[in-house]
Design a protein around this ligand. Structure first.
Ligand SMILES: [Zn+2]
Length: 173
């Protein structure tokens, strides 16, 4: 194993040094991967790759922190997320559920939606509109709705299905 040490405590042009494999862990910390919190306050003067950019864990502040570690914009390499992340923010689901619950309250209908059971419905149905054989719409925050199966009841988790706005509105016509 062979390492070129270019800078230690301000010294430059150190000659090459050899480090026995068994001692390696004692002398080096490998910076293969660090999370945003770990690099906060550090300056990185070489190329960096930022992973999980689209993950819900990466909010605006985390992205800002990650990008601004690099001394040059050219050093920043943003990697697409490897695993598909859940396509809805928790705040979005809360707002949506609050809206449906309010509608049901006005009409004295029963309702039992929670963030957890709606999340499960989305996952179980692969985030697909119930009308998928005719509908090519991808569901996302702009067109996501829950369509009631039996209009005599409110938004009960057993009484709703995923629907894009288009299919939900079309049903009423
Ligand atoms: Zn649809």
């Amino acid at each position: 194993m062979h390492f070129e040490i270019t800078n230690i405590f301000g010294a430059t042009k150190l000659k090459d040094v050899r480090v026995p494999v068994r001692d390696f862990d004692d002398y080096f910390d490998l910076g293969y991967c660090m999370n945003v919190h770990r690099v906060q306050g550090s300056t990185i003067n070489e190329p960096i790759s930022i992973y999980e950019w689209n993950s819900n864990n990466m909010n605006r502040n985390a992205k800002y922190t990650a990008i601004t570690r690099a001394t040059k914009y050219e050093f920043v390499n943003i990697m697409p997320s490897t695993a598909p992340s859940f396509p809805y923010h928790k705040q979005f689901l809360c707002r949506k559920i609050k809206g449906y619950t309010a509608q049901d309250e006005v009409k004295s209908r029963d309702t039992d939606l929670t963030v957890d059971n709606v999340k499960k419905l989305i996952t179980d149905n692969s985030n697909t509109c119930f009308n998928f054989h005719e509908c090519n719409n991808d569901l996302h925050e702009e067109n996501f709705t829950l369509d009631r199966l039996d209009n005599a009841h409110g938004h009960l988790i057993k009484n709703v299905r995923l629907s894009c706005l288009h299919c939900n509105v079309r049903k009423l016509i």
